[in-house]
Design a protein around this ligand. Structure first.
Ligand SMILES: Nc1ncnc2c1ncn2[C@@H]1O[C@H](COP(=O)(O)OP(=O)(O)OP(=O)(O)O)[C@@H](O)[C@H]1O
Length: 455
């Protein structure tokens, strides 16, 4: 298969075994000013891709001699720089999700609406044009500091994700950079000149949710003196970041799912739905799969949002980056206060590197800010850090803490249970993987779970 070369008129390949649909799509795309080539089967498509060069490919899901999914897989395996959009039968969301996972750019469901087709073509081709220019983090956007394998893996995925339209589910502990990653995906994508709208789902009162998300028409309810856009309209063309998505009430989850599937919103008090082109990135520090199991989060919405998971590493998984991030933070703090950059004493650096940071980079930022205030402004010593669990902290907390630790066996059981539950939670209850994290054998984990009454 050959690589594409940029052309003045973008060229589209339409793959569909139904002649009527193929022709309809072809005519519509030609009317949009595009050059169109067609293929009636998977075999024909392969041949065309070998010899021709295209800027966008549409494929039906079911082809006479195979599946549209095969084509997506092949295009991605061959490393072709070609956005592929699949056309799925109405209501077959599973297929659409599968296609996005395989690297499809986006999907359209039948009957294909002209508005959606236009939006898709526009973003696919804009994306293509902007691709080279957006490889680096645009100026003004905060980069991630760090070069450890853990952060590198995450950033490589950020890069890939910025070239797709698939929904992204960012996971990671509190303060590990989930929002920063979402902003980076947006900033590097073809949507970067459109808004990035961040919504903290846990902070909106339940009775205001619908109007905040979807907007309202004038007179829709008492107090609606003028028409207002919601988050979806505000993010049109751009990215909607749903932070703490696990906090959405169930009723709102149903409404959200509908908008995501239909790509249309209806303002409160409106009779019409309007198409919206919004990429959804969501995050939560909770375990969404557990929320589904407990009936607090709808499985269908989970499935729809969790197309691709981006895991942000905890700071203790990237200890080698602590120094660089700390220096970066100190530089920023010094700049803000107009003072020269303070140094970290070697003991302070060693203590930071050994510390576990339950609050991750945000905690590191807070520790350094407080330490700077406590220090002489020139050098930060280990005492200025006031790390939890340090000798100094222990001394202060001894009398209160010792009571909590007796009887010793109960205390040890509690600690053990917590560690096991955390590992099980992390691995979605995969005991083999949890045993690996804990550094014990599978048998030993099973025995401990039984002993501690963990089912
Ligand atoms: N690798 C990094 N380099 C520099 N700064 C970082 C890095 N990772 C995170 N940060 C900074 O840490 C702070 C916390 O990040 P962010 O708000 O994105 O975390 P979060 O995971 O969304 O947190 P929460 O779960 O509380 O919503 C921000 O100031 C962010 O810029």
């Amino acid at each position: 298969m050959s690589k594409r070369t940029p052309k003045a008129v973008p060229k589209v390949l339409v793959v569909d075994d139904e002649p009527d649909l193929r022709e309809l799509l072809e005519l519509t795309l030609i009317r949009m000013g595009l050059e169109v080539d067609t293929a009636a089967s998977l075999a024909q498509a392969r041949k065309k891709l070998e010899t021709g060069s295209y800027d966008l490919c549409f494929t039906d899901m079911r082809l006479g001699d195979g599946q549209g999914l095969d084509l997506i897989r092949e295009i991605n395996t061959a490393g072709l720089d070609l956005p592929v959009a699949v056309i799925t039968a109405y209501g077959s969301m599973d297929n659409a999700v599968e296609a996005l996972k395989l690297g499809a750019f986006d999907y359209l469901s039948k009957p294909v609406s002209l508005d959606q087709l236009r939006t898709l073509v526009k973003s696919a081709l804009d994306l293509d044009r902007g691709r080279e220019a957006t490889r680096d983090v645009p100026s003004g956007e905060k980069a991630f500091i760090g070069d450890s394998p853990a952060i590198r893996t995450a950033l490589e995925l950020v890069d890939k994700l910025s070239r797709s339209q698939a929904p992204v589910y960012v996971t990671g502990e509190s303060g590990s950079g989930k929002e920063r990653a979402a902003r980076m995906i947006h900033a590097k994508s073809s949507r970067s000149d459109k808004p990035f709208v961040a919504v903290n789902c846990g902070a909106i009162p339940e009775n205001l949710m619908e109007s905040e998300f979807f907007g309202y028409k004038k007179g829709a309810f008492t107090g609606a003196d003028s028409e207002r856009d919601g988050f979806f309209q505000a993010a049109h063309g751009g990215t909607l970041f749903l932070d703490e998505v696990a906090d959405l009430p169930l009723l709102m989850q149903v409404k959200l799912l509908r908008v995501i599937q239909e790509k249309k919103v209806r303002k409160i008090g409106d009779t019409q739905e309007t198409p919206v082109d919004v990429r959804i990135v969501c995050a939560t520090h909770q375990n969404l799969a557990n929320c589904v199991e407990e009936g607090r989060f709808r499985q269908d919405l989970y499935y729809r949002l969790n197309v691709i998971e981006l895991k942000m590493p905890a700071l203790r998984e990237m200890r080698e980056d602590v120094e660089a991030i700390a220096r970066h933070v100190l530089q920023r703090l010094a700049q803000q206060s107009g003072q020269s950059e303070p140094k970290l004493s070697s003991e302070a650096l060693a203590a930071l590197t050994a510390y576990d940071f339950p609050g991750n980079v945000r905690e590191l930022e807070n520790i350094l800010e407080r330490a700077l205030a406590l220090s002489d402004g020139q050098q930060i010593g280990v005492d200025d850090l006031q790390l939890k669990g340090s000798a100094q902290d222990m001394e202060l907390g001894t009398s209160a803490a010792i009571g909590d630790k007796c009887p010793l066996q109960d205390y040890l059981d509690r600690v053990e249970k917590e560690a096991i539950l955390e590992a099980l939670d992390k691995t979605r209850f995969n005991r083999t993987a949890a045993a690996k994290i804990l550094g014990v054998t599978f048998r030993s984990l099973r025995y401990r779970m039984e002993r501690l009454g963990i089912n």
